[in-house]
Ligand binder design. Structure first.
Ligand code: ATR
Length: 296
């Protein structure tokens, strides 16, 4: 890391627990590559978010990432937030302004950049979202904004999927996005094998299959995977989840969530520093993360 001196700008991440975060490695890696005098540190904070935000503001911390469990609760502590972040109801990036912190959701921007990077276009495609938690909600909004042919949500608890689809449908209507029949396309995990259609792009947004439970997968029925052409798992630990293995066994292409993680950080970095992170930095960061994940 570059030398810390009187001009070093401070950035960081708040969450609880925070010990496993890879964000300092990404942000400090970018600063080092670009020779920018900044440092990024983890803050394990308590639930008193007003106190946390006021403290960070008083200390002049220029940018903050927010992780579990504060992405929703942080919103009313801000001086404002990006309209998409407000729709999703989750903020993961704060930028210091004279009036307080302004919020963004770079998880959704990161997923968008991952899709662009991998050449996965959603326009006119049949999309499936697996899960109905916070990650699924962000993915559903991104998918809706890309004019797919359809969005189907599959979740253990269909009511949670319905709540997301209601909000996504309202968002699509407000923004003139046509989503044919989307509000009706909610099915249970047991029904997944009987799904009609083909060539689906699937976003795996549950936490099933996350290390150390590498052998678990939210859908085991191989008839489902026969209909999948592309599977994007938001999990990056392990590097190849059981979901990804099933997609590949059935002849589809599978991607993990590492690029989304990197790009959500890159998008935050660009917002904070008002620069474009050069493309050639990305493989260096990816290698660093892969090495670190292999070490466990
Ligand atoms: P995140 O914010 O990371 O998305 P979350 O909000 O806890 O995490 O959501 C986890 C998702 O994984 C949910 O969709 C959850 O299903 P329910 O909505 O039915 O709770 C899904 N999930 C977790 N464990 C599961 C399991 N064993 N089988 C099926 N789905 C599971």
């Amino acid at each position: 890391m570059a030398e810390i001196n009187g001009q070093t700008a401070i950035y960081g991440i708040i969450g609880n627990p925070i010990g496993h975060t890879l964000s300092p490695m990404i942000h400090n890696g970018i600063s080092e590559a670009l020779k920018i005098n900044a440092v990024y540190v983890p803050f394990a904070v308590n639930d008193d978010l007003s106190c946390v935000v006021n403290g960070l503001y008083s200390l002049g911390v220029k940018g903050i990432n927010v992780t579990v469990p504060y992405k929703r609760g942080i919103i009313d502590k801000l001086c404002g937030a990006d309209s998409m972040a407000l729709k999703i109801g989750a903020v993961n990036t704060l930028k210091l302004t004279p009036d307080g912190y302004y919020g963004y959701n770079t998880d959704i921007l990161g997923l968008d950049r991952e899709l662009e990077d991998e050449g996965i276009g959603l326009k006119g495609r049949d999309v499936i979202i697996l899960g109905a938690g916070g990650a699924a909600r962000a993915a559903a909004f991104l998918c809706a904004s890309k004019s797919p042919a359809s969005i189907t949500m599959i979740n253990r608890t269909p009511e949670k999927a319905q709540a997301i689809m209601d909000d996504v449908t309202a968002y699509a209507q407000e923004n003139g996005i046509y989503l044919p029949g989307s509000a009706a396309d909610i099915i249970t995990i047991e029904e997944a094998g009987r799904l009609q259609g083909n060539g689906y792009i699937v976003f795996q947004c549950t936490n099933v299959g996350l290390a150390p439970k590498d052998n678990e997968c939210v859908i085991d029925d191989m008839r489902f995977y026969d209909k999948v052409s592309t599977g994007v798992d938001l999990i990056y630990r392990p590097a190849k989840t059981m979901f990804m293995k099933h997609v590949e066994t059935a002849g589809g292409a599978a991607y993990n969530g590492l690029k989304m993680l990197i790009y959500q950080a890159v998008c935050a970095y660009e917002i904070w520093h008002d620069i474009k992170v050069p493309r050639e930095v990305i493989p260096k960061i990816e290698k660093m993360l892969n090495d670190s994940l292999k070490e466990g």
